[in-house]
Design a binder for this molecule. Structure first.
Ligand SMILES: Nc1nc2c(ncn2[C@@H]2O[C@H](COP(=O)(O)OP(=O)(O)OP(=O)(O)O)[C@@H](O)[C@H]2O)c(=O)[nH]1
Ligand SMILES: [Mg+2]
Length: 493
């Protein structure tokens, strides 16, 4: 498709992280990769028994050979030795890029890698741009666009769960599901078109058949679309703000979840003055935890600014942990927080802290009791659908009770209802939007069928749905989209 414009060039880059290391890998890919390797590589066997003749070395695909990188001035001169390396040629199409490729495993010195790169460049290669090796793999048809994007996710994953999901997308499972839905729609389109072109022979398709297939595809795409939300949290992480009255134990919870004493904890109300943000892995989900200043009526100028920041943290959070102090119970402070949660329409979890202490009886029904107090923000919040779960989670931030329940609730909310595991990954934002586009077209299609429109009107909606799916997997995608996808890669991948 676009391959012809770039594939006549041979590219090279350092594929391992820059800097000093035991080993580094320099890659070459393209039509001249083997020819360049032949010019710069001298197998060790060639050195025995006399150190004279550069041999006529033939690259053997998928076979590692030990030898030297040499800069040969001319003729039979052995040239200048640059490094001892292990070289592996991969003959296309059985390579990462689908082209002839060479991997040079050299010593991890920036001087050595620079010299090898310079040598390859002097022999006609050019430096690869970011993600160009993977891009070539995509353009050669070896992987689809969802797999190429998974390579990027895998490189940047921060938790085991993220890397596991990226790997299953890379294995192609998610792409297979999209392909399966696409082929069902394509079959329907072909049958409809055949019915239009050859009305005598084929005739109109049964409306029930069209509806059944559309319904099935809509269901499967809806499942895929659902993974986009959790995919965003798994990929980019989610912001979780801990809010509550002073002394409720917010900073204690932050420290407990981080497993170190990050925030200052004292029994003086108003200890935390400014929001503190820390990243933490919650059951494989990268979470940015935000500890906030306790909310109360105050004259203190610094504390007032802190409380304003708490409001801001609520506004910007994906999920809010609304912490209630079991000893102090609920009052104006909680009413203030309820009002902010309503204002910013944030989902929240109620956490009752200090269960190790015997005090106010804030049991399972506490939200009912608290909310049942007339026209209050608490009541309105209770009546809204913002609560992630009806029952509060009892914890002890100081001693660790209930923390696992809290983590499980956060995980459940982040992955809500999406079959990420079963589908072998999650759609990213680009793919998710296209999936919604396909769903929209299918909704139009179903409406048209139900309102008895003639079948020749259905083709356009079906086509649009198929086009959107093709754009997800990269079968039909603009150069612009490709450039954007690969721009996020690093050089050498
Ligand atoms: N017994 C008991 N005490 C706790 C618990 N969690 C916190 N505390 C104590 O409550 C006091 C306040 O804790 P912090 O974590 O500083 O409370 P905070 O909500 O961050 O308070 P501000 O920063 O003032 O808003 C400290 O003395 C903690 O040791 C708990 O689960 N059980
Ligand atoms: Mg605090």
């Amino acid at each position: 498709m676009f391959a012809s414009s770039i594939n006549d060039e041979t590219i090279t880059a350092l594929s391992t992280a820059p800097g000093v290391g035991a080993i580094a890998i320099v890659r070459l890919s393209g039509p001249q990769a083997f020819a360049i390797a032949q010019k710069i590589f001298l197998p060790r066997t060639a050195l025995a028994p006399d150190l004279n003749l550069p041999p006529d070395w033939q690259p053997k695909s998928h076979t590692a050979t030990i030898g030297f990188i040499v800069q040969r001035p001319s003729g039979n001169d052995l040239g200048r030795f640059i490094d001892e390396v292990v070289l592996i040629p991969y003959q296309g199409p059985n390579s990462y890029t689908g082209e002839d490729m060479v991997e040079i495993n050299c010593h991890g010195s920036p001087i050595v890698t620079r010299e090898i790169l310079t040598l390859a460049l002097s022999l006609g290669a050019r430096l690869a741009s970011a993600g160009e090796f993977t891009k070539r793999g995509f353009l050669s048809g070896r992987i689809d666009l969802t797999q190429a994007e998974a390579v990027l996710d895998l490189i940047h994953s921060k938790t085991e769960r993220q890397s596991g999901l990226a790997l299953s997308v890379l294995k192609g499972q998610l792409g297979e599901e999209i392909k399966a839905v696409r082929s069902k729609l394509m079959e329907l389109l072909t049958r409809i078109v055949a019915g239009i072109d050859f009305p005598e022979e084929v005739g109109d398709l049964d409306t029930n058949d069209i509806e059944a297939i559309t319904q099935d595809c809509r269901g499967r795409l809806a499942q895929l679309a659902k993974t986009a939300r959790s995919g965003r949290y798994l990929r980019e992480g989610l912001k979780l703000a801990i809010v509550g009255r002073p002394n409720a134990g917010k900073s204690s919870l932050l420290n407990r979840m981080l497993n170190f004493e990050r925030a200052i904890v004292t029994d003086i109300p108003g200890t935390t003055r400014d929001s503190i943000e820390e990243p933490v892995d919650v059951n494989g989900i990268p979470v940015i935890l935000i500890d906030t200043a306790g909310v109360r009526a105050t004259e203190d100028a610094v504390e007032m600014i802190g409380i304003e920041r708490t409001s801001k943290a609520i506004e910007e959070a994906d999920l809010v942990v609304f912490m209630v102090d079991r000893v102090q119970g609920v009052g104006d402070e909680e009413e203030f927080i309820a009002a902010r949660l309503l204002q910013f329409e944030r989902p929240y979890l109620v956490v009752v802290n200090k269960v190790d202490l015997q005090a106010q009886n804030l049991g399972e029904n506490f939200t009912e009791l608290w909310a049942g107090s007339g026209d209050t923000a608490a009541q309105r919040l209770h009546d809204s659908s913002q609560a992630v779960q009806a029952v509060p989670i009892n914890i002890s931030a100081r001693y660790g009770d209930g923390i696992d329940n809290l983590k499980a609730a956060i995980e459940e909310w982040a992955l809500a209802g999406s079959a990420v595991q079963e589908l072998g990954g999650s759609l990213n934002q680009r793919q998710g939007q296209l999936c919604l586009k396909a769903l929209e077209s299918l909704a139009f299609l179903q409406e048209a069928v139900q309102s008895g429109m003639p079948h020749d009107c259905l083709g356009t909606d079906l086509r649009q749905a198929v086009d959107a799916l093709d754009e997800i997997s990269g079968v039909a995608v603009t150069e612009e989209v490709i450039t954007e996808v690969f721009a996020n890669f690093c050089i050498g991948k």
